[in-house]
Design a protein around this ligand. Structure first.
Ligand SMILES: O=P(O)(O)OC[C@H]1O[C@H](OP(=O)(O)OP(=O)(O)O)[C@H](O)[C@@H]1O
Ligand SMILES: O=c1cc[nH]c(=O)[nH]1
Ligand SMILES: [Mg+2]
Length: 224
């Protein structure tokens, strides 16, 4: 199934993506299964991005027997993947199976859970480390973070990534998105495309996505 265009996001409709996300959601899936699931989901999403958002071109090929025409994906070398530490790490490992030659950037950005959500539904975000590659005007930038909840983290990340860059396309890839995060990122960065595997119902009073899958970082890294 292709990527579906909803009003506020594109949704990955691949059956294996939904299957894998359902395993991730289950409270019975422990650390190793959870981490492997995020890797697998990243790989599937990467293939879906190629299938749904990238063009192919015809190329001449010589097989051991004859000349023929084949197809290659255009722009595979012009991809930048940004890992939002920490929960995106296994997700990015999977994405790299689809884009093995991507340039990579890392941003450590986290919600200040102790401060909590303010009355506008935003978290203060602490940014500890930013290391980005050069981003050119031909590049497709994929910012990976499995959870898009209030959008506070992603807006901060996009501020950093797009501060000095004007890539051809910017994609925010999540596994699960909450409606407030989609609205916030769309308002702040209307040119950015949001792609997710599921759009969930709501956020709870602590800013967690419901039904969601809990705290992705804690589940993947076995912290509490
Ligand atoms: O949309 P938001 O409300 O900003 O929430 C989403 C953020 O929360 C999680 O990270 P967290 O701050 O828990 O850091 P971690 O990856 O280190 O656990 C998640 O990986 C996102 O980065
Ligand atoms: O539900 C949520 C919200 C933010 N971060 C998570 O890991 N899970
Ligand atoms: Mg976390």
């Amino acid at each position: 199934m292709p990527i579906e265009d909803r009003d506020d996001a594109y949704v990955v409709g691949h059956a294996l993506a939904k299957h894998t996300l359902s395993r991730l959601r289950s409270v019975e899936t422990e650390q190793v299964g959870f981490r492997k699931g995020l890797v697998k989901l990243g790989r599937i999403c990467g293939y879906e991005i190629i299938d749904g958002a990238m063009e192919t071109e015809f190329v001449s090929i010589t097989t051991p027997l004859s000349e023929t025409t084949g197809e290659r994906v255009k722009g595979l070398d012009d991809v930048v993947i940004i890992n939002v530490l920490r929960a995106a790490t296994p997700f990015v490992e999977g994405l790299l199976k689809a884009f093995p030659r991507a340039k990579q950037g890392v941003i450590s950005a986290g919600r200040d859970e102790e401060a909590g959500m303010n009355e506008d539904g935003e978290f203060p975000i602490t940014v500890d480390y930013v290391k980005l590659p050069d981003i050119s005007e031909d590049d497709t930038v994929i910012i990976a973070d499995p959870m898009l909840a209030t959008g506070s983290t992603m807006v901060t990340v996009l501020d950093h990534v797009l501060e000095d860059a004007n890539p051809e396309r910017t994609l925010v890839l999540s596994a699960v998105a909450g409606p407030p995060g989609l609205v916030r990122v769309n308002e702040a960065f209307p040119e950015t495309d949001l792609l997710t595997v599921a759009i969930d119902e709501r956020l709870d009073e602590d800013g967690f996505i419901v039904p969601g899958l809990g705290d992705a970082g804690d589940r993947a890294f076995r912290t509490t």
